[in-house]
Ligand binder design. Structure first.
Ligand code: CA2
Length: 149
């Protein structure tokens, strides 16, 4: 059976490519989804790619993922820095979790530097731009393979 990857995107990421290209690049979220879908074919995995501006919706998707996904890749965007509900939901997911940020959050202002979700993530990728999503997918597949062996 193919591994199932779930990619979740948090608030405002639907506006990627439209605002602040100097920080987040000029690639749109639709273009990122397209390259992730192409990468899923190459890696031989199933992919679901979602975005929400609502914390509760993201929590519901993470809960559902316990039955529907083998690994979660999440760009929690602004929720990275304070969302205890997302933190609690991620704690209940049994598989690998790759937290992914387009920008290098460690090189940013104080407010954007400390993600509380990193403590429950298997790995964290940041600062690689949209390419970070592809690295996250490759890492998830690698971790799932290691779990199986
Ligand atoms: O670099 C990332 O991927 C972030 O998760 C993006 C978040 C930011 O709060 C994190 O520190 C790092 C912001 C997402 C806001 O999305 C925008 C999209 C287009 C233009 C401006 C913001």
């Amino acid at each position: 059976m193919k591994s199932r990857l779930l990619i979740l995107n948090g608030p405002n990421l639907n506006l990627l490519g439209v605002r602040e290209p100097e920080i987040y690049g000029s690639t749109t979220l639709a273009a990122i989804e397209e390259s992730c879908a192409a990468n899923a074919d190459v890696l031989g995995v199933e992919l679901k790619f979602l975005q929400s501006n609502h914390e509760g919706e993201l929590v519901a998707w993470i809960q559902e993922a316990r039955h529907e996904a083998d690994a979660i890749i999440i760009n929690p965007a602004g929720y990275s820095f304070h969302s205890v509900p997302i933190l609690d939901a991620l704690k209940m997911f049994p598989g690998p979790i790759i937290e992914t940020h387009i920008s290098n959050i460690h090189a940013r202002d104080e407010q954007h530097r400390h993600s509380i979700l990193s403590a429950v993530s298997t790995g964290v990728i940041c600062g690689l731009g949209a390419y970070g999503y592809l690295v996250a997918m490759q890492s998830a597949v690698n971790l799932l393979g290691a779990l199986r062996n």
